[in-house]
Design a protein around this ligand. Structure first.
Ligand code: PEP
Ligand code: MG
Length: 566
């Protein structure tokens, strides 16, 4: 029996299947007599306190095991419990309506979860699981259910559940859960994030789950998991080696991150730099703007820990689907064609200026670069650069330490920016091609629309020509050109990009070691020849076939190996 799911964590897990029973809560509406109202409020507040106590203990355990970064997920759980609206609604409801705590509490939490489920932003939508996790914890205390019973595993097994919250994943036995399969939840749900920190999924590369596999498939998975162990060992040996081709061409390998705590992963992956620090997280999931000091602290920590390696801070890419309601963003009919990126930032010059000032201040503590997202005209670039010049002047006159030579570039994400890249190169110090957006705008397909996912094709000739055109324009003006979209993280595509003349590749920390191994096993001139040939082809299928034929010979087999028998 085969199933297909969403791959959440790379790796292969093999073992007996153990189901995790669904947890049911018998919540009924019970009238509370007037004289017992204050006792009911007390009972509710004690359940919140007991839940806080549990979560803090889990948080400390995860901080010790996986680090502060992963532990922060539980801070979000504490924030849910401390929400004054939650407390007012439930305590007020008990007093005004004389109804019981669990009934009012569940009603409130269901409302929050239903609201989150309907938002368009995938990251926010997947936060529903956190709300449900907290809801269940509090209900357990209110109903006296005791902790959820997790099965005892006596050997590595595949755990199958309807859903599992991050606090439950934290309690699983790391050594004995070979894989975790759930009916609900996405790649970025916190249950998956904590599970990823703790080990494999069934076929975490493809999302394939096979129950009772036929002997050939079972043999394939066994061999594959042994190979993965071996690959992991050889990739770890490259950690401190440079990404240099056999004929000596050096490529800067950067990492894409979202949080200061991710620097640990960047260093472990053996990156040369951070090629994309997405700063949006400072602005999302909160009620008010982040202060300049808060931003300086975070940017400085990253710059200092990476020094002397460079870090590119991408200025806020808000608006559209990344809604920060306190800045007045609302749902738009066409969010990706809407009020987002640099357009949004220039509309809020004070907010933008504060961020630019924080980045400049951090530049006194490391090698900092800055870039703007979603630029589509020279005017936008000129206005953003003017703000930077004003901020640098102000810092100089106040004697605030900063790097006056900080490199400022922009992301090439729109076809418009591609076609005026010669113009943009006059004022920008570098380009970083944001291929995720460039592909969606070039092919006119919403990158979040699951129905169109088959059209999302980095190897379309129009995309390759756009990259080629940008690299040529950048190089003619003496600028370096990088790429920081997902396509940089695939070893074969990375070779093609090397051949197209890209100077820097930035990707997730997970993909980086494999790309480094790929770059180290080819000659630049071979890659250039493959790229020149690819540019002559008329369809993505033909480019794929070319890469398959040429790179199968050039790359070590584990970088081109078929990853799944399905
Ligand atoms: C991109 O568009 O390729 C990119 C790296 O930016 P983001 O994915 O944050 O839009
Ligand atoms: Mg983008």
């Amino acid at each position: 029996m085969k199933f297909e799911g969403i791959a959440a964590s790379p790796g292969i897990g093999i073992g007996p299947v153990v189901p995790l029973e669904r947890e049911e809560f018998a919540v009924r509406e019970i009238p509370v007599p007037r004289e017992r109202v204050e006792l009911e409020v007390e009972r509710f507040l004690s359940a919140l306190e007991a839940s806080r106590h549990d979560i803090r203990a889990i948080r400390d355990g995860i901080a010790a095991e996986l680090g502060e970064h992963d532990a922060r997920i539980y801070d979000a759980h504490l924030l849910i419990l401390d929400d004054p609206v939650l407390q007012d609604t439930v305590c007020g409801g008990i007093r005004r309506e004389g109804r019981n705590a669990e009934f009012l509490f569940r009603g409130f939490m269901e409302g929050v979860a239903a609201h989150l489920e309907n938002v368009k932003d995938t990251y926010l939508r997947e936060r529903t699981a956190d709300v449900v996790d907290v809801e269940r914890r509090v209900l357990r205390h209110l109903l006296g259910n005791g902790p959820r019973v997790l099965p005892r595993l006596d050997r590595p097994s595949i755990l199958i559940a309807h859903d599992i919250g991050p606090s439950e994943v934290a309690l699983l036995d790391r050594e004995r859960v070979a894989a975790l399969v759930t009916e609900v939840g996405g790649r970025t749900s916190h249950g998956a994030i904590v599970a990823r920190g703790r080990g494999g999924a069934v076929d975490g590369f493809s999302g394939h789950v096979e129950i009772d596999p036929e002997p050939p498939a079972a043999a394939f998975y066994h061999t594959r998991s042994l190979q993965l162990e071996q690959e992991g060992r050889s990739l770890r040996m490259l950690q401190s080696e440079p990404a240099v081709t056999l004929d000596g061409r050096r490529v800067e390998l950067g990492a894409n991150i979202e949080l200061p705590g991710d620097v640990d992963h960047v260093l472990a992956a053996g990156a040369d730099s951070i090629g994309l620090f997405r700063t949006e997280f400072f602005y999302l999931n909160r009620a008010e703007l982040p202060s300049e000091e808060e931003q300086v602290r975070a940017y400085r920590e990253v710059a200092e820990r990476m020094s002397p390696r460079p870090v590119i801070f991408r200025t806020m890419d808000l608006g559209g689907d990344k809604v920060a309601s306190y800045l007045g963003t609302t749902h738009e009919a066409n969010p990706f064609l809407g009020w987002r990126g640099i357009r949004f930032a220039l509309f809020h010059p004070e907010v933008f200026r504060t961020q630019i000032r924080a980045i400049y201040r951090a530049s006194a503590h490391g090698r900092v670069r800055m870039m703007f997202p979603m630029v589509s005209s020279q005017d936008e670039l000129a206005r953003a650069l003017q703000l930077c010049a004003d901020v640098a002047d102000e810092l100089r006159s106040r004697g605030v330490p900063h790097d006056p030579g900080l490199e400022i570039g922009l992301m090439i994400e729109t076809p418009s920016a591609v076609w005026i890249s010669d113009v943009l190169a006059r004022e920008a110090r570098f380009f970083s091609i944001g291929s995720n957006d460039l592909i969606q705008y070039t092919l006119a397909m919403d990158r979040d629309n699951e129905r169109l996912s088959h059209l999302y094709e980095p190897l379309e000739p129009s995309v390759l020509r756009s990259i080629h055109h940008t690299v040529e324009a950048g190089h003619r003006a003496g600028r370096w050109v990088g790429i920081c979209g997902e396509m940089a993280g695939d070893p074969r595509t990375a070779i093609l990009l090397l051949g197209l003349g890209v100077d820097e590749l930035s990707m997730s920390c997970y993909d980086l070691p494999r790309v480094k191994a790929a770059l180290r096993s080819v000659r630049h001139e071979e890659a250039a020849e493959v790229a020149a040939r690819a540019l002559e082809l008329s369809a993505a299928g033909a480019v794929k076939e070319l890469l398959r034929q040429r790179l199968e010979v050039l790359l070590p087999s584990f970088l081109v190996a078929k990853r799944s028998p399905l």
